[in-house]
Design a protein around this ligand. Structure first.
Ligand code: ATP
Ligand code: MG
Length: 393
C-alpha cells in the first residue's frame, strides 16, 4: 500500500493518540510535576534501552503537564553536546524558542531582555544572543537565573518542566556531573520554593557513567527506568495503528508481529511500516506480514545498527554463524552450544567472528560463565534474531 498513507511513524515522535502503555511511569512523572507546581524542586532520570521510548514518554508527560498541571514545558535535545557551557546555552536557547507560541512568551521575552536576536531569512525566528565570554557565568549562575525565570513565568504558569534529553555526550563530563550536583544542592539547601522539575534522559549506562564522575549524584535522582512493552501493549499498538487506517490483521499475524518486536517501540514502527508497504490491500495476510518483517530486518540493520556492525555481519563468512546464534530471541548464548551447530568451515572463523563482534560492542563476555556471551543491547539481540530468521535465503 502507499507509503505516504502509512499510519506508522518510523523515526518520528508518535502522535499522542498512538502512544501506548507506560501508565505507571506517566503517573509517577505527573506526580513529580504536580509536586513542583507546589514549589517542591524535583529531579528524575529517565533511563532505558535505545529506542524504547524515553524521549516519547518525556514528551507525552510534558504535553499532559501543560494541560493538567499548568506547567510550562521545555524539551532540550542535547545529542552532540559534550560540554557544560554549551549545554547551558542550548537549554536557554530552547526555552526561548519553545516559548514562541505559548502563553508565557511575553514573560520569557522579558526575562531574556536584550539577549534575543531575530534571525532567519524567511519569516523570523528568535535566537539567544550570548557571547562565549558570558557562558561560564551563565552556568555558574544557573540557579539564580532559573529563579528569576520562574518568577517571571509565575504570572502564567505554576511550574517549569525542563527535559534534558540525550545527555549521552555529557555523561563523561565531570563539569556536567558537578554542575548537576551543585545545582541540586543550591536549590535544596536554600529552603525556598522552586517550582522546577528537571528530567534527565539517557541510557542506563550513561547514568552510571555520570554517577561515577560524581558519586553523590546517585542519591539525587528519582529513577524512572523504562522496560520493553509487554506483549499485550505491543499488540495494542499494532491493532490501534492498523485500525486507524482501516487495515485488518488476523490474531495469528498480529502475534507474529508482536513476537518480532520484542517490546521495542522503535522496532514496532519499522516493522509496522514495512508490513504496510508490502501489503496489497487493507486485509493484510500472513504472507505479507512475513515479507514485511523480512523487509524491516534489512531496514533496521541499515538504519539502527552501528554501520560497522552491520557491514561485519553482512559478510558471508559471518552471516551463517550469526543465523545460528540466535535461534530464539535471547540476550545470552554460549560458545560451546553455538559451535555444536556450526559446520567445519564455520568453526574455523567462529573465534574471529566473536572477537570482531566484541570489539564492535555488539556482544560482551559474561564474567563467571566460560565461553558465555551476552548482547548488551536489546536492539542488537532482536536484530540478530530477525536476521537469523529472515536471512535464511
Ligand atoms: N509509548 C509509545 N507508543 C507508541 N510509540 C512509541 C512509544 N514510545 C516510543 N514510540 C516510538 O518508538 C520510536 C522510538 O522512541 P523514542 O525516540 O522515544 O525512544 P528513545 O528511548 O528516546 O530512543 P533513543 O535512545 O534513541 O533516544 C519512535 O518512533 C516513537 O515514536
Ligand atoms: Mg531519545
Amino acid at each position: 500500500m502507499k507509503p505516504e498513507l502509512s499510519p506508522f511513524r518510523p523515526g518520528q515522535t508518535v502522535p499522542l493518540e498512538f502512544f501506548v502503555g507506560r501508565i505507571a511511569e506517566i503517573e509517577r512523572l505527573q506526580s513529580m510535576v504536580k509536586a513542583s507546581t507546589q514549589g517542591q524542586f524535583k529531579i528524575g532520570f529517565i533511563s532505558g534501552e535505545r529506542g524504547i521510548g524515553k524521549s516519547s514518554l518525556a514528551s507525552f508527560v510534558r504535553y499532559l503537564s501543560d494541560s493538567s498541571c499548568n506547567a510550562a514545558g521545555c524539551h532540550v535535545y542535547l545529542g552532540g553536546v559534550r560540554e557544560l557551557n554549551e549545554m547551558v546555552r542550548t537549554t536557554f536557547d530552547r526555552i526561548l524558542k519553545e516559548s514562541i507560541d505559548k502563553s508565557w512568551h511575553q514573560q520569557a521575552m522579558e526575562f531574556f531582555g536584550d539577549h534575543v536576536r531575530k534571525v532567519g531569512l524567511f519569516g523570523f525566528s528568535l535566537e539567544l544572543n550570548i557571547t562565549d565570554k558570558d557562558l561560564p557565568s551563565l552556568s555558574r549562575n544557573f540557579v539564580p537565573s532559573m529563579r528569576h525565570l520562574l518568577d517571571k513565568l509565575s504570572d502564567q504558569k505554576d511550574a517549569l518542566l525542563l527535559i534534558l534529553d540525550d545527555i549521552n555526550g555529557l555523561a563523561t563530563s565531570e563539569d556536567f556531573a558537578n554542575w548537576l550536583k551543585s545545582t541540586v544542592d543550591e536549590i535544596t539547601t536554600s529552603g525556598q520554593e522552586v517550582p522546577l522539575c528537571i528530567l534527565v534522559v539517557g541510557l542506563e549506562e550513561r547514568r552510571r557513567e555520570l554517577i561515577s564522575g560524581q558519586p553523590s549524584l546517585a542519591r539525587v535522582f528519582e529513577l524512572i527506568d523504562i522496560s520493553p512493552w509487554s506483549d499485550d501493549e505491543a499488540a495494542e499498538f499494532y491493532q490501534r495503528t492498523f485500525e486507524s487506517a482501516n487495515a485488518k490483521i488476523e490474531e495469528t499475524e498480529l502475534s507474529q508481529l508482536v513476537r518480532f518486536t520484542g517490546g521495542l517501540p522503535v522496532l514496532a514502527h519499522e516493522i509496522g511500516d514495512a508490513v504496510w508497504r508490502t501489503a496489497q490491500s487493507l486485509n493484510i495476510n500472513a504472507k505479507e506480514v512475513s515479507q514485511g518483517i523480512s523487509v524491516a530486518a534489512e531496514i533496521i540493520g541499515r538504519k539502527l545498527l552501528e554501520p560497522q556492525i552491520f557491514s561485519a555481519i553482512r559478510s558471508e563468512r559471518y552471516r551463517s554463524i550469526l543465523r545460528k546464534i540466535a535461534g530464539e530471541p535471547q540476550m545470552y548464548f554460549r560458545r560451546a552450544e553455538l559451535v555444536e551447530n556450526l559446520t567445519e568451515k564455520e568453526v574455523k572463523v567462529v573465534d574471529s567472528f566473536l572477537r570482531r563482534m566484541k570489539q564492535l560492542g555488539a556482544i560482551e563476555t559474561v564474567a563467571d560463565v566460560k565461553g558465555g556471551y551476552r548482547f548488551p543491547n536489546l536492539l542488537h539481540a532482536l536484530y540478530f534474531w530477525l536476521e537469523s530468521e529472515y536471512a535464511k535465503d
